[in-house]
Design a protein around this ligand. Structure first.
Ligand SMILES: *Cc1c(COP(=O)(O)O)cnc(C)c1O
Length: 732
């Protein structure tokens, strides 16, 4: 990478004399080209300070920002702001981080993966708002996973797709109906470069289908110590149609989808080979990449002269599969025609029949009416499989029990590793500063260990409360600015825009809800009884207010109707000023919301939420979760670290469940959440609320951290797979 061309930096003071404008610029560029900067608030602030207005306008993209500076102008600006030392320090810290692998967790515990790293496949990666190759939870999880792998020094390379239009931008029209817009990403503003082979030649992979060849070039993105390789079909030699194959995330029909998955799985394995990387473990994050093991089997048969069955057994031993959804529609299925068109040539090389191949994707191999399911093939080609929370593990074992008809449900070989979040990414700067003052020096090195957060009880309650309120103010400013802009864009009256600049009140209990608007997440549960809601919102002593955000999948009409319903509540006088909908939920909006809300609301229809991670981000920053006992919350809630809606049961009838859950939501708001929030001592502090914040941080932050998650994967999945230890995933 470019940093290596820069002369080593010796002494930093006085920096002014040592740094020519050129080398200053080079250091900033080197920082911008490794996403390491994105989880280091000092470095983020450094870029922001160069030009705060452009920084915001450019989606916090440092490469785009630096493009607007000449080296001389940058040096001038650095002099004005006395930035030399900060730039030097940031640069040196990054170099040290990248070069020092010895004292990492990975080096101590996972050295066996050194020569043969984990290859982590995912269809999306949510790393930063300026890198739009994600849509939602799955992508954020992958992004956090590889950032933690970097932090832990775990040998891992990641494989994904490059979408030059990413996912859509959301705007609501005058009626509150979602409009989708796809913008072309400026490739030269992204922190990536062409991946090259041993001879320095850019890599292109080719995949044969019955209908001709499909080509993809390979990009390299640096995420700390981890290399992320992204395949991109916009290359010469592909038909105009295929050049757009990887333009959009989850766009298009089944044929687009199977072709994208072919590129990710089969193309991904070919790319690794071209790079000279021989993985010790293949991790399929969700079924999208489940064609990958078939290509690895082909390699083993070709290279080592193995039979198909022997190669399958060996490859499965090295393959880990994580399933992410208990919703049946969430599992990709393809008909035989599409499978034969795209896997036919590979099947010829594997020497297996069409029926044999189709059987790998079917629960009942002989059942010709069954389509080819990516989850099924992933389960059959992996020795270790896991769900993403304890409850989701139970649901998945039941869901796939018929794959192992001779086993009882508890013996179905699908374990669980509960999701977690990358703490440095989601922890607010202000909270981080507070923790630094009261926690042991270097506490972040142990952030995934039990007990690491106990020091939260030594933070003076008033300081924790003040810091939280400072973050809440930042959120409200952000909301007002955004909502006013939304109104202006829709051409609403000056009066409305003016009112938007004053929405919400910093003293009022603020509840956030942001997620994909799939109907099972029931964004409108809170409004099932409008009169009761109205009483809550307008209580003169103890009011509440709501901030909503979220996109609906472009094909999800009921989801779009939900957005319309909620966003239009602002026109109702009873809710005006107390309920807002923020457009275009993405990482930046998420960051503001999870750092600033008092309460994070989550009310899916149990047990359809596999895990959820947004609530884990809230924990770090002192917000409290108010959630159905589903996904991660079912194992996280202990009665003192947040709030539960209901008691973790569901009825066979959705209608009954919904009515009961809404009732429980109002009850817990009226009887627990609101009284606790407004119960203040002589200093105006809600002592019991603050205690709950501390309980939440202490009991949850480490457990639902990506560091804990990735070390669990290493111990229970990667190391046993790499070491050839034969055991089912022992993580129930
Ligand atoms: C964390 C995050 C998600 C996933 O959160 P859920 O709890 O699964 O909804 C989705 N989108 C963004 C932008 C996020 O930051």
């Amino acid at each position: 990478m470019c940093a290596s061309t820069i002369a080593p930096d010796k002494v930093s003071e006085p920096a002014l004399i040592e740094l020519s404008p050129g080398s200053l610029y080079d250091k900033c560029s080197a920082l911008a080209k490794n996403l390491w900067w994105s989880w280091h608030p000092d470095v983020v602030n450094l870029f922001r300070d160069l030009d705060p207005v452009r920084w915001r306008q450019l989606d916090h993209n440092p490469i785009a920002l630096l493009r607007e500076f000449t080296p001389e102008r940058l040096a001038e600006r650095a002099t004005e702001l006395v930035l030399f030392t900060r730039i030097n320090q940031a640069y040196r810290r990054m170099k040290e981080y990248l070069n020092s692998n010895e004292d990492t967790w990975g080096n101590t515990h996972a050295g066996v993966l050194g020569a043969h790293p984990v290859a982590y496949f995912s269809a999306e990666f949510g790393l930063h708002e300026s890198v739009p190759i994600y849509s939602g939870g799955l992508g954020l999880l992958s992004g956090d996973h590889i950032k933690s792998a970097s932090g832990l020094g775990l040998p891992l390379v990641a494989i994904g797709l490059f979408y030059d239009q990413g996912y859509f931008k959301q705007q609501l029209d005058e009626d509150g109906y979602q409009q989708e817009e796809y913008l072309d990403t400026q490739v030269h503003n992204l922190p990536m470069e062409p991946a090259v082979d041993a001879d320095g030649q850019p890599i292109t992979v080719s995949i044969n289908t019955r209908d001709g060849q499909l080509k993809a070039k390979v990009w390299l993105m640096h995420v700390g110590r981890v290399k992320l390789y992204l395949l991109d079909c916009d290359v010469e030699g592909n038909s105009p149609h295929d050049r757009q194959l990887t333009s959009r995330l989850y766009g298009g029909d089944h044929r687009t989808r199977v072709r994208q998955e072919l590129v990710l799985g089969v193309g991904g394995v070919k790319a690794l080979r071209a790079l000279g990387i021989t993985p010790g473990v293949y991790h399929l994050n969700e079924g999208h990449s489940a064609f990958a093991p078939l290509e690895v089997i082909r390699e083993r048969m070709h290279d080592d002269g193995m039979s198909f069955d022997d190669a399958l057994r060996e490859v499965a031993q090295r393959t880990v599969f994580t399933t992410h959804t208990p919703v049946p529609a969430g599992h990709d299925r393809f008909d035989g025609g599409l499978i034969e068109e795209h896997l036919g040539p590979l099947r010829d090389e594997l020497g297996i029949s069409y029926e044999h191949l189709m059987g790998l994707g079917r629960v009942e191999p002989q059942n010709e009416s069954e389509s080819f399911c990516m989850t099924v093939v992933a389960l059959k080609l992996s020795r270790r499989a896991n769900a993403v929370s304890a409850l989701h593990g139970q649901v998945s074992r039941r869901m796939w029990a018929h794959l192992w008809p001779w086993r009882v449900e508890e013996e179905i070989p699908i374990g669980h590793i509960t999701n977690g979040v990358h703490i440095p990414t989601w922890l607010a700067y202000q909270m981080n500063t507070l923790y630094d003052r009261y926690f042991e020096a270097g506490w972040m090195r142990h952030m995934g260990d039990p007990g690491a957060w106990q020091a939260i009880f030594s933070v003076p309650p008033g300081e924790l409360w003040e810091t939280h309120n400072a973050l809440k103010s930042l959120l409200l400013e952000f909301v007002r600015r955004r909502v006013a802009r939304q109104c202006r864009r829709r051409g609403e009256s000056e009066e409305t825009v003016e009112a938007a600049r004053r929405v919400l009140n910093p003293n009022v209990l603020t509840i956030g809800f942001a997620r994909r608007f799939a109907t099972y997440k029931r964004a409108d549960l809170f409004s099932r009884d409008v009169d009761r809601l109205c009483d809550l919102i307008n209580n003169p002593q103890r009011p509440v207010q709501f901030i909503f955000a979220g996109k609906a999948h472009p094909a999800d009409e009921p989801g779009k109707q939900l957005i319309k319903k909620i966003s239009n509540m602002r026109h109702d006088d009873r809710f005006a000023g107390r309920l807002v909908f923020l457009e275009d939920y993405e990482i930046n909006v998420a960051r503001h919301m999870i750092q600033g809300v008092d309460v994070w609301l989550n009310n899916p229809r149990r047990p359809l939420e596999a895990s959820g991670t947004s609530g884990q981000k809230v924990v770090l920053n002192g917000g409290l979760n108010l959630s159905i006992l589903d996904g991660w919350w079912a194992e996280a809630y202990n009665g003192r670290n947040g709030f539960a809606i209901g008691n973790g049961t569901q009825h066979v009838s959705d209608d009954v469940t919904d009515a009961r859950d809404a009732e429980n939501l109002y009850d817990v708001l009226e009887n627990e959440v609101i009284p606790l929030f407004y119960d203040r001592d002589a200093d105006g502090l809600p002592q019991e609320w603050i205690e709950r914040m501390m309980n939440s941080i202490n009991s949850l932050a480490w457990r639902f951290s990506a560091h804990r998650m990735v070390t669990d994967y290493a111990r229970h999945a990667y190391l046993p797979s790499a070491g050839g230890i034969s055991c089912d995933m022992s993580i129930r």
